[in-house]
Design a binder for this molecule. Structure first.
Ligand code: SF4
Ligand code: SF4
Length: 648
């Protein structure tokens, strides 16, 4: 007898391809700093939760994407019409635990849980399915991230992961699956539970149909949670009572009892521990159509993967049973590519809020703006919608977090597209360095920059500017394209160099020793020097004044008061923008000081201290200002001691 492969090679090829893709996602950030791997982006279970959340709330949370939704829908179609192909061919946990189980079997350390314990354990995954969907829909966050062993490992236990949940799940997954084949899939995986419900397709379609009829046609106020509960309970009962799958699946494993020698190689090959050798047709909900039993069977035309309307006739050298093994692998690849293609074409909004009436919406103008990196999650989308709601004539807002796009519906009789764009724009003011003491006039240039719009663009350009000597500050103003006013020291940097900096393609920065990077595509539409600006005007424009009276200032008549000035050039240090306020608080500890004000001059900032004549001497003031520490009163009523960075 020719030596036969024990595994379905087409499935192994798909599994290896998926694992290699994951390795690529893992290592890519090491050679492309601008890339951040999203290990949940293609998760169909996340997609099913996201889709449910979208149906219930008309919104997608930040961690939910259109790609996930279409992968979830591909899984749904796949399970209903074929089998649990995602579990078998794609799921990395399934692949990993199956390989672990095989190892345990080789070492004769596998046990099978049978009878009542097996049935009772299966209830757990339906409970987990219910809880996961409930919290995902009510919180608009993917609850599965808190415990998903795959996500915990590949994200390096990111902040979304609840360590105790994930550790428990990892115990189920790793030692559990070593000793009990497919322990995670059979007893704990909520996606496995959802897939089993879809596999009983007539029940799934029936319950969902009744719910839609009652809520949509008869308008009964039945919450989605009842549908979720009914589906979970139905799936749990059908599985624990070992009801054979019945539905629309076109694939089946069939055994020809006449030619079967009862060698039980198929039983040994089955990762789900099914007794294939005793069945004429495998209709167990655990069968995920891996095809390993077919690949392991040594007898011709005995164990076959058959499909409605698509059966190979086979011949002497290529029996029919083998020639169809490629079909599930091809089907899952087509489904996956189809899901990704739909996700590229169809965009589901993160939020969709329309407060205009039907007539207004029918005639509304639509303004769309892409590339808004500040639109990055559900929360920022809601803030944006609330901001736009305050604008007269705005009728609705949609955001698409995946491609950082907003769509604003507006009344054309009230607003123009330019008005909307202006309202979306957020001006930014940034400081990078103190003006040098000898500089009396600040050089100023104005640049119109294409592909540069939202505050995050300004942050990236700011990061680059802050890494180059000579640029003192930057302001952005609304315009088409956006106008950027750049203040600089002409002795240290030229206009040409500034233009080059704007058009550089990459920004790299470090936080706590970790390096980050981002790509930029800013283009200078025009750049020109404008008239130099006196230092006093620059300081007034770019720095907030610090000014306050205290210690019963208003009780003193002007003749009782005196103003004393100190040079305060360090007030323009961008790294210490809050410190003048702390200095103010510190000097207010002396009851003889009743006023503090920073004044911009052409020589830099000065402080004017208003004192009560005779209550404090200039020596005391100098000592107060030069104290090693500042005693500061905070707005919450507490006090704090800070190191004094200034000397006078
Ligand atoms: S019965 Fe066959 S196709 Fe089904 S899970 Fe077992 S080995 Fe795979
Ligand atoms: S491997 Fe083939 S011959 Fe052996 S028991 Fe299974 S179906 Fe029968």
């Amino acid at each position: 007898m020719a030596k036969r492969t024990k595994l379905n090679p087409y499935r192994v090829a798909v599994q290896v391809a998926i694992l290699l893709s994951l390795v690529y996602l893992l290592v890519r950030p090491y050679f492309d700093r601008t890339y951040t791997a999203d290990f949940e982006a293609y998760c169909p279970f996340g997609g099913l939760q996201a889709f449910s959340s979208f149906l219930a709330n008309n919104s997608l949370a930040c961690s939910m994407t259109t790609t996930q939704i279409f992968m979830g829908l591909a899984l749904l179609v796949g399970v209903i019409f074929m089998a649990k192909l995602f579990c078998s061919y794609i799921c990395p946990i399934g692949t990993f635990t199956e390989w672990l189980g095989r190892k345990g079997r080789k070492l004769k350390m596998n046990i099978d849980i049978k009878g009542l314990p097996d049935r009772l354990l299966r209830v757990f995954k339906y409970a987990l399915l219910f809880v996961t969907f409930y919290f995902s829909v009510t919180s608009s966050e993917l609850f599965c991230k808190t415990f998903d062993p795959y996500y915990a490992i590949f994200s390096g236990f990111s902040n979304d992961v609840v360590v105790s949940y994930a550790v428990l799940a990892l115990l189920f997954t790793i030692p559990g699956s070593f000793f009990i084949r497919q322990f995670w899939c059979k007893y704990a995986c909520p996606l496995g539970a959802a897939s089993n419900i879809f596999a009983y397709s007539f029940v799934f379609i029936g319950i969902t149909g009744v719910y839609v009829l009652l809520t949509v046609v008869f308008n009964l106020p039945i919450g989605w949670i009842w549908l979720l509960a009914a589906l979970s309970i139905a799936g749990m009962l059908l599985e624990t009572f070992k009801v054979r799958t019945f539905g629309l699946s076109v694939f089946r494993i069939n055994r020809n009892a006449d030619t079967c020698t009862s060698c039980t190689l198929c039983d040994k090959a089955c990762p789900m521990s099914l007794k294939v050798s005793s069945l004429s047709k495998v209709a167990d909900v655990d069968c995920h159509l891996c095809g390993d039993c077919v690949a392991a069977c040594p007898e011709k035309n005995t164990l076959k993967l058959t499909s409605l309307g698509f059966n190979s006739k086979g011949n002497e050298t290529e029996p029919a049973k083998r020639s169809l093994l490629w079909l599930p692998a091809a089907a899952i690849v087509v489904l996956t590519i189809g899901g990704l293609a739909f996700a590229e074409k169809i965009h589901i909004p993160t939020i969709s809020m329309k407060w205009g009436n039907e007539a207004q919406m029918a005639d509304a103008g639509v303004y769309e703006q892409s590339g808004l990196t500040s639109i990055k999650c559900f929360g920022s989308s809601m803030s944006f919608a609330n901001h736009m709601k305050e604008m007269n004539g705005v009728l609705g807002v949609e955001t698409f977090v995946g491609d950082r796009t907003v769509r604003v519906y507006y009344d054309k009789a009230v607003n123009t597209a330019e008005d909307i764009k202006s309202a979306i724009f957020t001006p930014v003011k940034r400081l990078y360095a103190s003006p040098p003491a000898e500089l009396r006039n600040i050089a100023v240039c104005e640049a119109a920059i294409d592909r540069f719009f939202d505050p995050n663009d300004a942050e990236l350009l700011s990061t680059r500017f802050s890494q180059n000597k000579g640029i003192l500050g930057m302001q952005t103003l609304f315009g088409e394209p956006v106008h950027t006013i750049i203040y600089y020291d002409p002795k240290l940097i030229t206009l040409e160099k500034i233009s080059q900096l704007i058009e550089e393609k990459k920004v790299v920065w470090t936080i706590d020793g970790e390096e980050f990077a981002a790509n930029t595509a800013f283009e200078v539409a025009s750049i020109a020097a404008v008239a130099n600006m006196p230092m006093s005007e620059y300081l007034t424009r770019m720095y907030e004044p610090v000014s306050m009276t205290f210690n019963s200032f208003e009780t003193f008549t002007p003749d009782k008061l005196e103003v004393i000035e100190y040079p305060f050039a360090d007030a323009s240090d961008p790294a210490l923008t809050d410190m003048p306020w702390y200095l103010l608080s510190h000097v207010s500890n002396n009851r003889g000081v009743v006023g503090f004000e920073t004044i911009a001059t052409d020589e830099g900032f000065i402080i004017q201290l208003t004192i009560v004549k005779g209550k404090v001497s200039s020596e005391e003031l100098t000592k107060l200002l030069n104290a090693d520490n500042l005693n500061v009163h905070l707005s919450d009523g507490t006090t704090q001691v800070l190191e004094n960075p200034y000397s006078f």
